[in-house]
Design a protein around this ligand. Structure first.
Ligand code: SF4
Length: 326
């Protein structure tokens, strides 16, 4: 059997306190298991926005406060110590300086890095929380990269979110190689191999991307690649629906309708139900289909990205831990 394909390393910007340096306000750092596992397979770029704007370590904590209808990043104990403009300036400059980025893993709940659910306090001495939003740095990240996956370490503890994150960043890293080749045949092969993954993410976009690759309008190669990339990034920016995955897996299973026994088909249907009910992860079904493709030497299916969207070492660690016997 063929050894696992090699994967280009995705470029991922990460909050520095998640295991890279003791830069938290209290002089500590956190150890993030997911990032430790990912490190050998990716180019991780740690950054601490609060240190970059000169706040130092340790430092007085800061928080978001609604001042006259606008979110301000201020010292918790002194609202006159306002670093909002500094943080906005730094974020814009830093993000503009990044040539290649495929995703972000930021620290949850931080007024700078938090990707959601960051507390915004009432102005003055009232300790109450007015609402929740993104941290200031994270908000600039989403503005600059609306079509990239921006996650926090808390959400990545959910295996569905982790699988989606890994699929998106490794696919975009592979796409960069295709783009760099500038060859139509590479694009055709990439799209062919992506068929069932794209179907699982968004069937409408999959068809639109097929039309781009067919290039009936005789666009320049540059325009074809550019149009394809827009669709690809937009497709991968959203968590796929389980029903779409089920549809895609059913199509793939169709390749084995002649070679699978009645008992195997029943077993597959039962597994689909278990997946639908959330009792087994997607990877269990993927492995089952892969085992049929190996058995039947069905190369078109074996080439499908959906079978191995990212290195298998990450899949093992990313899974729910339930084992399915094939
Ligand atoms: S959450 Fe962001 S700003 Fe705060 S310590 Fe971590 S990297 Fe620095």
């Amino acid at each position: 059997m063929k050894a696992e394909q090699s994967f280009p390393k995705p470029f991922i910007i990460v909050s520095e306190c998640l295991g890279f340096a003791a830069v938290r306000f209290n002089g500590q750092q956190l150890n993030d298991h997911f990032l430790q596992t990912l490190a050998p397979y990716a180019e991780l770029r740690p950054i601490c926005p609060e240190v970059e704007i000169g706040l130092g370590v340790p430092r007085m904590p800061i928080r978001l406060v609604d001042i006259n209808g606008e979110d301000h990043l201020v010292q918790t104990s002194n609202e006159n110590f306002d670093v909002t403009d500094k943080m906005i300036d730094f974020s814009k400059k830093f993000l503009s300086s990044q040539e290649k980025v495929h995703g972000f893993v930021l620290k949850s709940a931080s007024p700078s890095c938090g990707t959601s659910n960051v507390k915004v306090y009432h102005q003055g001495n009232k300790p109450s929380v007015e609402r929740k939003t993104r941290g200031l740095f994270a908000a600039k990240v989403k503005e600059k990269y609306p079509d990239l996956v921006v996650e926090d370490e808390g959400r990545l503890k959910n295996f569905k979110i982790r699988e989606h994150f890994l699929t998106a960043v490794f696919t975009l890293a592979r796409w960069d190689l295709v783009k760099a080749s500038g060859k139509m045949k590479e694009l055709v092969a990439f799209h062919s191999n992506m068929k069932y993954l794209l179907m699982a993410y968004n069937q409408t976009r999959m068809r639109a991307m097929g039309k781009i690759v067919a290039n009936h309008d005789k666009l320049t190669l540059e325009n074809v690649f550019s149009a394809y990339e827009i669709e690809l990034r937009e497709t991968l920016a959203h968590l796929p629906k389980k029903s779409n995955f089920i549809n895609s897996l059913m199509h793939m299973a169709g390749y084995f309708s002649k070679t699978n026994s009645a008992a195997q088909k029943i077993f597959f249907s039962e597994m689909m139900e278990m997946y639908r009910d959330g009792r087994i992860p997607l990877s269990s079904l993927i492995l089952l289909i892969k085992s049929w493709a190996i058995r039947d030497e069905e190369q078109y299916i074996l080439n499908q990205t959906i079978l191995s969207p990212f290195p298998s070492a990450l899949l093992e660690l990313s899974d729910s831990g339930r084992v399915i016997e094939l």
